[in-house]
Design a protein around this ligand. Structure first.
Ligand code: F6P
Length: 545
């Protein structure tokens, strides 16, 4: 019986519940035995990506019902609304126009024009630094660029800069500082020369504690290195939607690059927030990244839902969250350079969809955003894959693999790919008790040993996964992949009727952080605090007397 608000909203919820009960009785392997064309039937391609979603608890009927559910949620209308710039971020009364950041060709809107002007300014800055025309306070060329930012002002540029290592160009080394922990900037600056270091202070709000404190420390470090106040503009640029705040902080106005309220921080790597990426890979490759995302935008806007990669990714996670009670999703890129992707996707998905009220502000009585986690293959296989294979937790998994490597060590790339495919195959097929016993017997194991060990060696299998394939990890395919995840997150938000573009939940911690810091600075702990918080602060004050 439907018992939550989603069940009441979607008229075919009961059909889906019945189908879930039926398919749960089948092992995933049986679905492949029943239909030799399953892989082709349950796959979709676009913008250089191929999504194989056949290893999921899905049937043609279930997919049809999920598409019907998406139609009831007016997903197609929601896609039109996001691209048109309607104020879909209703609590902040703003559009979420990140797709405008990767518009290609002549500007069609005022936003496109601002983006183009900013890209041109970014291009000039990158060219000046790459050509060594931009000099530090001693007249030497810049050798190191340090991005100071956190959350969306860090994770996207950091992830892409690492992912596109084979495309790095120019002589500049890129570094990233995010944490308020002074250890991070202290360690980094040990190995840098203030005379040849350029800092990017990236903060949409220009009021983020971590970023401002690190920027102040960086300024002190440059001045201590012998720079005059007047030469500071040679070492600092900023990116912000609050240009006046950046200038007030001491960044020269001509060194401030804008972003806009219509871009969410975690969706902003395509804007001037992507400056570190442009420094690392050059403007042509940065534009190729944008073009890849633009191709995915077009696919999301135009493809029918049953062949629409982001819509399918969202529908599949919705299916598991709502009908199988899953609470986590793993992302396993089999590409060393994509090692930051899970961390990036954590913010993208968990900050977007970790909500407890609907768009209208009503408390939800159903699950919303799930936990996103993972690491690059094959490292995870020797760590947490045990739980994926034999644990009691069910979760959807995205395997991501490339057909071709950038390096010449071909046999290792073949091994990497083989491991990726073998993991999803093992999760799918598993190994039952009879097979396990037969294998043990074949290897000469005694019957006593077989009795003792067989159950431990059984893999239940029937564990779902997607595999996303791309020819090569390039600016274009990475752009398409990130845009696919952005749109997947939006799809989930639409289906769950939540606003994926605000993040009010992070504010309380920031506020209390300031209160706790005041208590530490004044060594005065308010009497009405809970005893745990009070004791922890008192211990700190005592230790630092
Ligand atoms: O770019 P800013 O304004 O410094 O914000 C950094 C990050 O902090 C958050 O606001 C959360 O605290 C994120 O949404 C954002 O990406």
């Amino acid at each position: 019986m439907p018992n939550n608000a989603l069940a009441k909203t979607y008229s075919n919820w009961e059909n889906l519940e019945k189908l879930q009960a039926q398919i749960s009785k089948l092992h995933l392997s049986e679905l492949f035995e029943q239909d030799s064309t399953r892989a082709a039937r349950f796959s979709a391609s676009a913008a250089g990506l191929d999504l194989d979603f056949s290893k999921n608890h899905l049937s043609v009927d279930i997919l049809g019902e999920l598409v019907k559910l998406a139609e009831q949620a007016d997903l197609k209308g929601a896609i039109t609304r996001i691209f048109k710039g309607e104020h879909i971020n209703n609590t902040e009364d703003r559009p979420a126009l990140h797709a405008a950041l990767r518009h290609i060709g002549e500007p069609q809107t005022p936003e496109h024009k601002e983006v183009q002007e900013t890209l041109e300014r970014m291009g000039k800055l990158v060219a000046k630094v790459h050509s060594k025309e931009w000099k530090g306070f001693k007249g030497e060329a810049i050798t190191d660029v340090v991005n100071i930012g956190i959350g969306g002002s860090d994770l996207g540029p950091r992830m892409v800069t690492k992912a596109l290592t084979p495309y790095h160009t120019g002589h500049v080394n890129l570094h990233f500082i995010a944490n308020v922990d002074g250890a991070e900037i202290h360690d980094l600056t040990q190995g840098l020369n203030p005379a040849t270091t350029l800092f990017i202070v990236a903060s949409k709000s220009f009021s983020t504690q971590e970023t401002l404190e690190n920027a102040k420390t960086a300024r002190r470090w440059i001045l201590a290195g012998g720079c005059d106040e007047g030469d500071l503009p040679k070492h600092f640029v900023a990116i912000s939607s609050k240009v006046e705040k950046a200038v007030e902080f001491g960044i020269a106005a001509e060194n401030v690059y804008p972003i806009w309220d219509w871009v969410g921080g975690r969706y902003s790597l395509w804007s001037a927030i992507g400056l570190p990426i442009a420094f690392a890979i050059g403007m042509d490759n940065f534009n190729a990244l944008r073009a890849g995302a633009n191709a995915m935008d077009k696919h999301f806007a135009e493809a029918p839902l049953e062949k629409n990669i982001p819509a399918l990714m969202g529908l599949i996670v919705f299916w598991y969250t709502q009908f199988f009670d899953t609470t986590a999703q793993a992302v396993l890129p089999y590409a060393y350079h994509m090692q930051m992707l899970p961390a990036y996707l954590q913010q993208l998905e968990m900050e977007s969809n970790g909500k407890s009220v609907t768009r209208e502000g009503d408390r939800v009585d159903y699950s919303t955003g799930s936990i996103v986690w993972g690491t690059e293959g094959t490292n995870g296989q020797h760590s947490f894959h045990q739980l994926l294979h034999q644990g009691t937790v069910l979760m959807p998994i995205d395997f991501i693999a490339t057909l071709k490597a950038h390096h010449p060590i071909d046999h290792q790339h073949r091994l990497l790919f083989a491991n990726c495919v073998a993991q999803s195959q093992a999760l799918l097929t598993g190994r039952d008790l009879e097979t396990t016993k037969a294998e043990l017997r074949a290897s000469g194991t005694s019957e006593d040993e077989i009795d003792r060990l067989a159950e431990h060696k059984v893999h239940p299998g029937s564990r779902p996964s997607n595999t996303i394939l791309m020819e090569k990890l390039s600016p274009e395919t990475l752009g398409a992949l990130i845009a696919a995840y952005e749109h997947k997150v939006y799809t989930l938000g639409v289906l769950m009727n939540i606003n994926s573009f605000d993040q009010w939940g992070v504010e309380l911690g920031k506020l209390l952080g300031n209160h706790v810091n005041d208590a530490i600075e004044t060594t005065d702990v308010p009497g009405d605090w809970d005893s745990s918080t009070a004791r922890l602060v008192e211990r700190f004050c005592e230790a630092n007397k």
